[in-house]
Ligand binder design. Structure first.
Ligand code: PLP
Length: 382
């Protein structure tokens, strides 16, 4: 089958419990959660409720009603950004953000004349809180930052940055696409007002899952309106969370899988998952450092990164490297810009991009050995 090293895009494989939970939810329950009071519908609602509760306890969210299920991190980010920002509002973000942040912001720049300030990271992709402090003032409505770059994996010191934002009354939105399930996140301790997460990456759930946490007291416009299974006599969208933002049938089988994924992480221990991935990254970085004609990007300190690494061979385009890895070695990586063009401009790899390699919990040291052997051969042959 090959070696999957593209976990920054989506994690694979999932724990066996996740496949079983999805199958069971489809085969044995099947009904629509929150619609109708029959036994199967109640069982479906129970799964959704339990997943919300599990997420709340995992991220120290005071009330699980403030968790809104979405189909991925992109939808969660769109809901947060478009729900909060109004005409002429000011927003801070950074140059290492994913397009799921940059594109909604640039759309609102055109349509609502919002003002965007981009905090420049250094050429290794690190963001220094001291560079942000001068921009923080009480005219800023929102700050939106990624917890970790999906190109170079460096972890952003969010707790320190958001502490200062809070003092200025700036609403904080964290894009935890690359960290949720891998790095502990406490929304209260870290002053996170809005937390956007995919369910399908390190939370180990199926594709088509994600959520947004919305702190109590924040008012957001809806991204979509429709049936919620509540207040059906009214033709106006309900105000209560989570239904206000969950119009339409939920991905119940996906949510069942996400619940199983989070329970797997709890059972295994997030620190054990992290330590295993750190070991893989140490081996990977050391091996690539010893490969001729190869340039590595980012901080290269596994403890300060997620399990995502970018590199280029000096004499071969990254798309060719990815193609050979796939075709000849059955090793699956991702090449190009990874939906983060500004990050590549920052590290000097725009427009061609990099080879991105991202191991996950289910990879082992043998996978890394195979990968390093393949890269060494490719580099020597070209
Ligand atoms: C930093 C970052 N933000 C947002 C996203 C979007 O996540 P999703 O694919 O769940 O919409 C990604 C996906 O790779 C990402 O890496």
């Amino acid at each position: 089958m090959g070696i999957y090293l593209d976990n920054a895009a989506t994690s694979y494989p999932k724990p066996p419990e996740v496949y079983e939970a999805v199958y069971k939810a489809m085969k044995e329950i099947g009904a629509n959660p929150g619609r109708g009071g029959h036994k199967l519908s109640l069982l479906a609602s129970r799964i959704v409720f339990e997943c919300r509760e599990e997420i709340a306890s995992f991220f120290n969210i005071p009330d699980s009603k403030n968790i809104v299920f979405t189909s991925n991190a992109t939808e969660a980010l769109n809901l947060a950004i478009k729900g909060i920002l109004k005409k002429n509002d000011k927003v801070i973000t950074s140059t290492i953000e994913h397009n799921s942040v940059i594109r909604p912001l640039t759309k609102l720049e055109k349509e609502l004349n919002i003002k965007i300030t981009f905090i420049q990271s250094d050429n290794r992709g690190s963001i220094n809180p001291d560079n942000i402090l001068p921009y923080l003032d009480d005219n800023i409505k929102l700050i939106v930052l990624t917890h970790s770059s999906n190109v170079i994996g460096n972890i952003v010191p969010i707790e320190e940055i958001f502490y200062h934002c809070k003092k200025k009354g700036i609403i904080t939105l964290l894009d935890a696409a690359q960290t949720a399930g891998l790095i502990p996140i406490d929304v209260q301790k870290m002053n996170i007002d809005l937390l956007a997460c995919p369910g399908h990456k390190s939370l180990l759930g199926p594709q088509g899952t994600g959520f947004l946490y919305i702190r109590s007291g924040l008012e957001l416009d809806t991204l979509k309106e429709g049936g919620t299974g509540t207040e059906s006599s009214s033709i106006i969208q309900p105000l209560e969370l989570p239904e206000r933002f969950e119009s339409g049938t939920l991905n119940m089988p996906g949510i069942a899988g996400l619940l199983a994924g989070i329970r797997f992480i709890k059972k295994t221990g997030i620190e054990n998952i992290r330590n295993h991935e750190i070991k893989l990254m140490q081996k990977l970085i050391e091996g690539l450092k010893n490969t001729k004609n190869l340039k590595l990007y980012g901080s290269l300190v596994p403890e300060k990164m997620t399990s995502t690494l970018s590199f280029n061979l000096l004499n071969l385009d990254c798309s060719e490297v990815g193609f050979i890895l796939d075709e000849v070695y059955n090793i699956y990586t991702r090449v190009g810009l990874h939906c983060a063009p500004l990050a590549h401009k920052t590290i000097g790899t725009f427009p061609s991009g990099t080879v991105r390699v991202s191991p996950g919990y289910f990879n082992n040291e043998g996978d890394i050995d195979e990968f390093l052997k393949a890269i060494k051969e490719i580099s020597e042959r070209h």
